[in-house]
Design a binder for this molecule. Structure first.
Ligand code: FCB
Length: 481
C-alpha cells in the first residue's frame, strides 16, 4: 500500500486525509456542575456516595474546563489536531432529563463549537458519555424504555442547536460501560449490581442509538453518524476447549452484544442463551427494535486500550502452572472466567496490559466479520505515574512509547486494508477518571488540579510532531508476530 514508505527506514506515512484528534468527556473535565442551570447527573450522585470513588473524589471542579474553555481550545490549536472529540452533558441541556431545554447549557456548547471552528478544528460530538440526568435514573434509568425515548428528544434538541456547526456525531460512548459497569458490576454510576438490569440497559442503550440515528439524519443535512464501542481482543490462555469457550463468553459480553445487533441486526445466540433467565434481561426487546438498531451508519468509533487473556474458572491452577498470574475473581461471576497476566509484560498505572498488536487484530476482525465502514479510533492512550520534575517538565516517555506502538499497530491495520480514517488520543487533559478519581492521569497535558494550571507533557510534543508529519516511527509492540 502507498501508506507505507520505504522499509529501510522506520517512517510510516498515514493516508493524506487522516483525521488526527484528541478526546475528552464532559463529566471528566467540565466541573461547574451547578452552573447556568445544569441539573444533577448520576455521576454527581455516585461520586458523592461514600466509598464509590477512590479518595471520595468527584467532578464538581474537575479541570474547570467550563471556565477555561478558551485556554483548552488554544492547547488543541498548538497540538495541531484537525478534530476534537468532546461530549455534551445531557443535564446541562435538559436538566430534568425530560421537559424544558436549558438555553444556557446549549450556549456553552455553541461557544465550544464556534471556538473550534475559529481554530479550524472539526468538532466531533459525543451525545452521551455516561452523565445521565439523575431524575431519569430515579425513574429506572437505562433499565426502562422511557430513557431511550427521552434520549431521542434530547438528541433532537442538541441537533437543532448545533447541527450547523458539527458534522460528525457519536450517539453513545461505550454503552458496555454504561450497562455492565453501571448496572451489573456496580463499578460505575448508578452503582447497581444486577445482571438482569444490565442486560436490559444494554438493549435500551442500543435502542437509544437506533432512535437517535434517523433524528440526526433528518435534522442535519450531511450529518455523519456513528457510535463508539469499547472493544478488545479476548484470547484464551490455552487451546483447551474450556478456555476457548471462556474467551468466547468474554468476547460475547464485551464485543458481540454490541457489534452483532448494530451490524447484523440480531443478538448473538450464545448470549441470548446465557442471559435467558435474567429479569428483565432481553425480555425488554420489542418487535422492530433490532431494525432500528441496525440502521446504516457512516462510521464506527473504536476505543482500544488493552487486550485480555482468560481461562475458564475451573482451569486457574493449570494457568498458574503454565506461568501466568491469575486474577482471583471476575466482576461478572456468571461468565465463569479468570483473567490472566503474562509475567514480564508492561502494564499501565491502571494495571492494563500493554499490547498494541491487539489493536491490529481487533481492527482486522471488525473488517472481516462486521463492516467496511470508516473506523475512527475514538480513544486510545494510557495512564502512568507522571510527575512534574524539578525543571518543570513531565517527561512521560512511557506514554510516548505506548502511543508510538499503538500508532504503529494502527498503521499495520491500515496497511492490511482496514479502513481506519482517524485517531483521537485519550486524553487531551488529565481528568476525573471515573471510579479512580484523580489518581489516574491519562492526559498529554498535565493538570495541576488545585490550581487548574495546564502543562503540556513530553507526549504532547511527541504527538504534535506525529500529527504535523502525518507519520510514525514504526515500533513493533510486544506480542506481535
Ligand atoms: C474509557 C472512557 C473514557 C476514559 C478512558 C480511560 O472507557 O470512555 O472516558 O475514562 O476509558
Amino acid at each position: 500500500m502507498s501508506t507505507s514508505s520505504n522499509h529501510s527506514d522506520r517512517t510510516r506515512h498515514f493516508p493524506p486525509d487522516f483525521l488526527w484528534g484528541a478526546a475528552t468527556a464532559s463529566y471528566q473535565i467540565e466541573g461547574a456542575t451547578k452552573a447556568d442551570g445544569r441539573g444533577p447527573s448520576i455521576w454527581d450522585t455516585f461520586s458523592h456516595t461514600p466509598g464509590a470513588v477512590l479518595n471520595g473524589d468527584n467532578g464538581d471542579i474537575a479541570c474547570d474546563h467550563y471556565h477555561r474553555m478558551d485556554e483548552d481550545l488554544d492547547l488543541l490549536a498548538q497540538l495541531g489536531v484537525r478534530a476534537y472529540r468532546f461530549s455534551v452533558a445531557w443535564p446541562r441541556v435538559i436538566p430534568e432529563g425530560t421537559g424544558e431545554v436549558n438555553q444556557a447549557g446549549l450556549d456553552f456548547y455553541r461557544r465550544l463549537v464556534d471556538g473550534l471552528r475559529a481554530r479550524d478544528i472539526e468538532p466531533t460530538l459525543t451525545l452521551y458519555h455516561w452523565d445521565l440526568p439523575q431524575p431519569l435514573e430515579d425513574r429506572g434509568g437505562w433499565v426502562v424504555r422511557d430513557t431511550a425515548e427521552a434520549y431521542a428528544v434530547y438528541v433532537e434538541a442538541v441537533a437543532r442547536a448545533l447541527g450547523d456547526g458539527v458534522e460528525r456525531w457519536i450517539t453513545l460512548n461505550e454503552p458496555w460501560c454504561s450497562s455492565w459497569l453501571g448496572y451489573g458490576s456496580g463499578h460505575h454510576a448508578p452503582g447497581k449490581h444486577d445482571i438482569g438490569m444490565a442486560t436490559a440497559a444494554n438493549h435500551h442503550l442500543l435502542l437509544a442509538h437506533g432512535l437517535a440515528t434517523p433524528i440526526l439524519r433528518d435534522t442535519i443535512r450531511g450529518a455523519k453518524v456513528g457510535i463508539t464501542l469499547n472493544l478488545s481482543d479476548h484470547r484464551p490462555g490455552s487451546d483447551d476447549e474450556l478456555d476457548v469457550a471462556a474467551a468466547r463468553r468474554a468476547d460475547g459480553n464485551l464485543n458481540r452484544l454490541f457489534l452483532d445487533p448494530i451490524f447484523h441486526g440480531r443478538y448473538p445466540e450464545d448470549m441470548l442463551e446465557h442471559y435467558c433467565n435474567e429479569s428483565p434481561g432481553f425480555s425488554v426487546v420489542r418487535e422492530g427494535d433490532l431494525e432500528l438498531i441496525a440502521q446504516p451508519l457512516d462510521f464506527l468509533g473504536v476505543n482500544y486500550y488493552s487486550p485480555s487473556t482468560v481461562v475458564d474458572e475451573s482451569r486457574a491452577t493449570q494457568a498458574r502452572m503454565a506461568g501466568y498470574i491469575v486474577a482471583t475473581g471476575d466482576q461478572f461471576p456468571d461468565l465463569r472466567l479468570r483473567g490472566l497476566e503474562t509475567p514480564g509484560r508492561d502494564r499501565t498505572a491502571m494495571d492494563w496490559e500493554i499490547q498494541a498488536a491487539g489493536l491490529t487484530s481487533l481492527l482486522v476482525r471488525i473488517r472481516d466479520e462486521y463492516t467496511g465502514l470508516p473506523i475512527y479510533i475514538t480513544e486510545n492512550g494510557a495512564a502512568f505515574n507522571d510527575y512534574v520534575d524539578p525543571n518543570g517538565h513531565v517527561l512521560d516517555l512511557n506514554r510516548v512509547a505506548y502511543l508510538q506502538e499503538h500508532l504503529s499497530a494502527m498503521h499495520d491495520a491500515i496497511a492490511a486494508g482496514v479502513n481506519v480514517q482517524g485517531y483521537f488520543v485519550w486524553s487531551l487533559l488529565d481528568n476525573f477518571e471515573w471510579a479512580f478519581g484523580y489518581s489516574q492521569r491519562f492526559g498529554i497535558v498535565w493538570v495541576d488540579f488545585p490550581t487548574g494550571v495546564r502543562l503540556p507533557k513530553e507526549s504532547f510534543r511527541w504527538y504534535r510532531d506525529a500529527v504535523a508529519s502525518n507519520t510514525v516511527q514504526y515500533a513493533r509492540s510486544p506480542g506481535s508476530h
